[in-house]
Design a protein around this ligand. Sequence first.
Ligand SMILES: Nc1ncnc2c1ncn2[C@@H]1O[C@H](COP(=O)(O)OP(=O)(O)OP(=O)(O)O)[C@@H](O)[C@H]1O
Length: 300
Amino acid sequence: MTHAISIEAVSKRFASLQALDSISFTVEHGEFFALLGPNGAGKTTLISAMAGLSRADSGRIRIMGHDTVTQTRDARMKLGVVPQELVFDPFFTVRETLTFQSGYFGIRHNDAWVDELLYKLGLTDKANVNMRALSGGMKRRVMVAQALVHRPPVIVLDEPTAGVDVELRQSLWAFVKELNAAGHTIVLTTHYLEEAEALCSRIAMMKKGRLIALENKDTLLSRSAAREVSLQLSGPLPASLQPLSLRQQDGRHILALPDIAKLEQVLSELRLAAVEVRELSVHETDLEQVFVKLMHGGQL
Ligand SMILES: Nc1ncnc2c1ncn2[C@@H]1O[C@H](COP(=O)(O)OP(=O)(O)OP(=O)(O)O)[C@@H](O)[C@H]1O
């Protein structure tokens, strides 16, 4: 069975920087999936490779079964991308922007569909206004409409709520939820755990080009006490942490933790010992706190 998105061992370097380091995961049809990670994690680089705008150095990406390199056009037709940056011609009207985008996809311009998009995004009375005369929030809405002109089954939104006011954020989310309910697969990148939690069923966490966790939201939201943490490390487990070690398994250290506060201490001792955490997973724990710590404290 094909996945909506399949990412297999995708890597990309920019000079000495490993922007993507063997990333693999799949997104299923109709899922609402979050890519969560701090600045520089590699989210935009991955999306750009998904959209065929740049090439990974190795690995394979398929959108609805179409390889983004060998079947670029087929893959692109299945994918709508709302970019982080507002990219448009300032002299086009809103309608012309959408018409132009239809041409880009080589599809016949469909006025009824464009009108419906304008209506759903609250842009009907702006259809003939030049893009440069719109507010930032309105421009953002046009970007969303633009991503949908070719009716893609898979939609990727790259931090669509960055710098957006609360009202627009809520109306955008309502719209995206509606798309998901209508069967579209949605991938959203965000810095905010709360946003990922509120909307998505699965959350992938990236940091420094690596996928460090992939969890169901329910697991993420479980509030039970920490029991075990599995760590893949760049070096040996420091002596100070040996008493916590339960076992080693597949190159990972499994530690027993009485509570989540202990994890902070473990991470800080690893930092002191200059041992890098390559992968971390926590079982039966308050993962939200772990994620918050990772995002805000930059602990890994
Ligand atoms: N064209 C490029 N040339 C060189 N380095 C790049 C290029 N594009 C991205 N990078 C670097 O690759 C890393 C990943 O960047 P990317 O934009 O993918 O991260 P991100 O997770 O999307 O971050 P943000 O949340 O800030 O958008 C960063 O260190 C960035 O500086």
